[in-house]
Design a protein around this ligand. Structure first.
Ligand code: GDP
Length: 300
């Protein structure tokens, strides 16, 4: 959270900068509001949420007679919280409750940070004393399974792999099967993220999920989105959302040139909570998404 704060606060972040400019304005005239609106849109917050936020703020500032930066900050904080929706359930369902392991499917376009996220997530679970197994169901890229296994070794968990080009569903099945045999708490399955055709993707992910569920329930489907890709990431995310029941979003690379507002947009567009954020390439650079911390960091 400290690091997320450091990233979001200050000059680097367009959303934060826009919000603070409103708070430090001498007078709130039309120009100030216009500038504010333009900055929010450029921060990847999206036109819809921006317009809504600006309209609400303008009305509240007027009705409640805002006369100090403190009061303005209070209203801004309240409205931002509403925008990110603190009521959504952001807990991860990746710990088994009965005999079967919990299965977490990690999906998303290649390059977004799927494999890295699987590694980081395994690390979190291992630190909580959970037994974890990884499944390398991205069988199309030779390097993918290799990379996953390297992550596994790094965090001390085994990886089930298949031959290159083998059926992703059969590798996923084998991984979950081994997980059941070994009595692990969680099997995390890394999948291929080729956006060749929507039907191809649908068939593939659908099959992976169906086949796994012959063995154990898929308790979490995490969609990994690269926060630096803005609208493109959003378009890709919509496609995944349509082909598989996504239960949570992982927004990676928030340490990079991401503009912060994408968190709000992604979540609203997909109707799925952002559960985790990626803040770097290291094993410990994954954090639960904390709404209040996020909003406070923006207003710091
Ligand atoms: P995949 O193709 O979706 O499995 O993506 P990878 O896990 O291979 O990640 C692609 C690149 O993004 C790698 O160089 C990762 O180190 C990097 N990456 C992943 N997550 C993050 C993150 O949160 N922050 C930064 N800065 N880089 C990340």
């Amino acid at each position: 959270l400290q690091r997320l704060r450091a990233r979001l606060a200050g000059q680097n972040n367009a959303l934060s900068r826009g919000l603070l400019s409103l708070l430090s304005a001498d007078k709130l005239d039309e120009d100030t509001w216009d500038d504010f609106e333009a900055t929010l849109i450029s921060s990847d917050l999206g036109v819809g949420p921006t317009t809504e936020l600006v309209d609400t703020l303008r009305t509240r500032f007027k009705v409640e007679g805002v006369d100090s930066p403190e009061k303005a900050r209070e209203i801004l904080r309240e409205e931002l919280l509403k925008l990110v929706d603190p009521t959504l359930d952001r807990s991860l369902n990746i710990r088994s409750e009965g005999d079967d392991p919990a299965v977490c499917l990690v999906v998303g376009v290649n390059g977004t940070g799927k494999t890295t996220t699987v590694g980081k997530l395994a690390r979190v679970l291992v630190a909580e004393d959970a037994k974890v197994l990884l499944g390398a169901a991205d069988t199309f890229r030779a390097a993918a399974a290799e990379q996953l296994q390297t992550w596994g070794e790094r965090v001390g968990v085994d990886t089930v792999r298949g031959a290159e080009g083998s059926d992703p569903a059969s590798v996923a099945f084998n991984a979950v099967d081994a997980g059941v045999e070994q009595g692990v708490d969680c099997v995390i399955v890394d999948t291929a993220g080729r956006l060749h055709t929507k039907t191809g993707l649908m068939d593939e992910l659908g099959k992976v999920k169906r086949v796994i569920e012959k063995k154990a329930p898929v308790t979490e489907v995490l969609l990994v989105i690269d926060a630096t890709t803005g609208q493109n990431g959003l378009i890709q995310a919509r496609i995944f959302r349509e082909v598989v029941d996504v239960t949570g979003i992982v927004l990676t690379k928030l340490d990079g040139s991401a503009k912060g507002g994408i968190i709000v947009q992604v979540q609203r567009e997909l109707g799925v909570p952002v559960k985790l954020v990626g803040l770097g390439e290291g094993a410990d650079d994954l954090a639960p998404f904390d709404v209040e911390g996020f909003v406070d960091a923006l207003l710091e």
